[in-house]
Design a protein. Structure first.
Length: 285
């Protein structure tokens, strides 16, 4: 393969899939008062416990240039003839993309692209490109970038946060005032639009009922490709809900159904028990 793909830990790509495709994961960061930890180096439950004990939320941060330099150099030393393709976490939400551009200066074997997506959206784009490169490992860079752009345009992501306290404190939702207060059995939907997280509508019912309705709406409104659909969840979402959603997606005709458990950075913004959906809509070439 001519390429090695790099992504941030905020893409929430399962370790087994990162290993399968040889994807390098650069850790983002979570700070607890004076201590900063790498995303993925500790369980997300620690974030929830920290909030319960202190009523304070940890602060998340993107990758710094040195994080990328270390990974870029490691890859180049190991695979000197390969091109490094960094498929970045949405540039409007974190410094990671800019950090990668700085780290890539003087390294003509590195290309960074803003996926304009986060968590399972970024993860789905990365995995789709990785599968393409597995089938066409020697395609020119121009072709690869065209494919990346196509998947970035086709990707659609939305989610229910598990706890609005986490989401509001993170400051990542552009119209957070729309969220209002967390009311019993009302779940605000957050969608990714042009790289930004936007609150768009509200669903009534418990999280299980809302998730079932959201999947139906999501598929019908976006005319998704049926090859694959991905679901994301933060620790705390009941296994019964996951099974029900999986069965519903299977009955809808999806060939491949993937579940992503959110890491520390994403869980710190969505809280426990969150649920999300990601897929690619049909686009005319």
């Amino acid at each position: 393969m001519r390429y090695v793909i790099v992504a941030e830990s905020g893409s929430d790509i399962p370790p087994e899939l990162a290993d399968k495709y040889g994807i390098y994961i650069v850790p983002m960061h979570v700070s607890f008062d004076t201590e900063t930890k790498d995303d993925g180096s500790f369980p997300a439950d620690e974030i929830f416990s920290y909030y319960e004990e202190t009523k304070k939320l940890p602060v998340t941060s993107g990758c710094v240039p040195e994080d990328f330099r270390a990974v870029f150099d490691e890859i180049h030393d190991r695979y000197p003839g390969r091109h490094i393709l960094h498929l970045a976490y949405s540039a409007v939400t974190t410094c990671s993309f800019q950090s990668a551009l700085i780290a890539g200066e003087g390294r003509d074997y590195v290309t960074s692209v803003d996926t304009r997506s986060v968590t399972i959206g970024q993860g789905m784009i990365v995995l789709a490109v990785a599968e393409y490169l597995r089938e066409k490992p020697d395609c020119p860079l121009e072709e690869v970038l065209h494919v990346v752009d196509k998947y970035c345009r086709m990707c659609r992501l939305c989610f229910f946060p598990g706890d609005l306290v986490y989401l509001k404190a993170g400051g990542r939702v552009s119209n957070a005032a729309y969220l209002g207060a967390k009311l019993l059995s009302i779940n605000p939907l957050i969608e990714l639009r042009e790289g930004k997280l936007v609150a768009t509508r509200k669903y009534r019912g418990n999280i299980g009922k809302s998730a079932v309705k959201l999947l139906k709406d999501f598929v019908e409104e976006r005319q998704l490709k049926k090859q694959m659909i991905a679901f994301g969840f933060s620790p705390g979402l009941h296994e019964k809900i996951r099974k029900e959603i999986t069965e519903q997606a299977r009955n809808m005709g999806f060939a491949q159904i993937c579940w992503f458990c959110t890491g520390c950075v994403i869980s710190a913004h969505g809280g426990p028990g969150g649920f999300g959906i990601c897929g690619f809509f049909n686009e005319r070439e």
